[in-house]
Design a protein around this ligand. Structure first.
Ligand SMILES: C[C@@]1(CC(=O)O)C2=NC(=C\c3[nH]c(c(CCC(=O)O)c3CC(=O)O)Cc3[nH]c(c(CC(=O)O)c3CCC(=O)O)/C=C3\N/C(=C\2)[C@@H](CCC(=O)O)[C@]3(C)CC(=O)O)/[C@H]1CCC(=O)O
Ligand SMILES: NC(=O)c1ccc[n+]([C@@H]2O[C@H](COP(=O)([O-])OP(=O)(O)OC[C@H]3O[C@@H](n4cnc5c(N)ncnc54)[C@H](O)[C@@H]3O)[C@@H](O)[C@H]2O)c1
Length: 207
């Protein structure tokens, strides 16, 4: 097995993230988290802070910043750590201390230090797709995000609302409910769109 990653969808309302490093990468990762949940709880540590990140910190009550070097106690009561300093030594130290406490770690440019990777995310209301290339090509993950964002209509969220309603109101037994749900979603079946995968193959020049 060469790809053993298991995607999960994390509830961010209850999670507290620690970001160590407040430069370009710290900024990018903060924006990435905020894009999914503007009220996500984040603590950021950095000796110096990127100007734009300072503006973000100042405008979000849910983000706390400490302008100093990382200390072990920063890990207290954190659920996840994103490591983004420009010192490989500091990054490794933070990772080892976090591991000792059972806290899961992402290190921006060091896959070997990561317990989890951040994915590229397609957002269509309640439909969310997370994309990974198993660390092989983040830029392809970005391209795939752009592709799926373009081809999936925004109105999919309206379809979801109707389906949710139907699902909640259905009075039949489970077998009947499943049958009916499959029937009313038949328009989304791949078999109904034979041209789709050919177009996809052409786009990515796959033989
Ligand atoms: C998906 C996304 C999420 C996010 O970070 O938010 C993400 N990277 C994104 C973009 C991106 N990152 C990089 C480029 C420059 C082009 C290139 O190198 O390809 C671009 C493209 C761009 O910016 O346009 C540089 C880079 N990234 C990593 C390395 C180190 C290495 O590979 O060894 C290097 C080289 C550093 C160097 O050379 O110095 C490593 C990782 N990057 C990952 C995630 C994880 C694997 C995800 C997967 O399985 O695919 C992993 C393993 C760890 C992690 O960071 O979680 C986000 C897309 C957001 C979007 O949707 O737009
Ligand atoms: N900028 C990018 O897009 C990019 C892309 C790929 C990889 N990287 C790598 O990622 C790392 C970070 O890049 P960057 O551009 O964010 O660097 P940066 O210099 O902008 O930021 C580094 C941050 O780490 C902080 N820091 C250093 N030692 C610390 C400590 N002991 N405790 C707390 N904070 C500490 C600094 O104060 C600063 O806020 C570098 O190793 C870089 O090579 C960067």
């Amino acid at each position: 097995m060469t790809n053993t990653l298991f995607p999960v969808f994390l509830k961010t309302d209850t999670a507290h993230f620690l970001i160590v490093g407040a430069g370009n990468v710290g900024l990018e990762k903060t924006e990435t988290l905020l894009r999914q949940n503007p009220t996500i709880r984040i603590t950021i540590i950095g000796i110096q802070i990127h100007l734009r990140l300072k503006q973000i910190v100042d405008s979000y009550a849910n983000i706390t910043f400490f302008e100093r070097p990382f200390e072990e106690n920063d890990l207290a009561e954190k659920d996840f750590v994103i490591i983004a300093t420009d010192s490989a030594e500091v990054n490794l130290n933070v990772r080892n201390l976090a591991k000792g406490r059972g806290i899961k770690v992402n290190a921006a440019d060091q896959p070997d230090l990561c317990d989890f990777y951040l994915g590229s995310i397609v957002n269509k209301g309640n439909l969310k797709i997370a994309i990974s290339t198993n660390g092989k090509s983040p830029v392809l993950a970005k391209r795939m995000r752009e592709y799926f964002t373009a081809i999936i209509p925004d109105t999919i969220d309206e379809n979801l609302a109707v389906l949710h309603q139907f699902r909640s109101n259905h009075k039949g037994d489970l077998q009947q409910k499943l049958k009916d749900l499959n029937t009313i979603t038949a328009a989304f079946s791949v078999q109904k769109k034979p041209g789709f995968w050919n177009k996809f193959r052409r786009l990515f020049a796959i033989n």
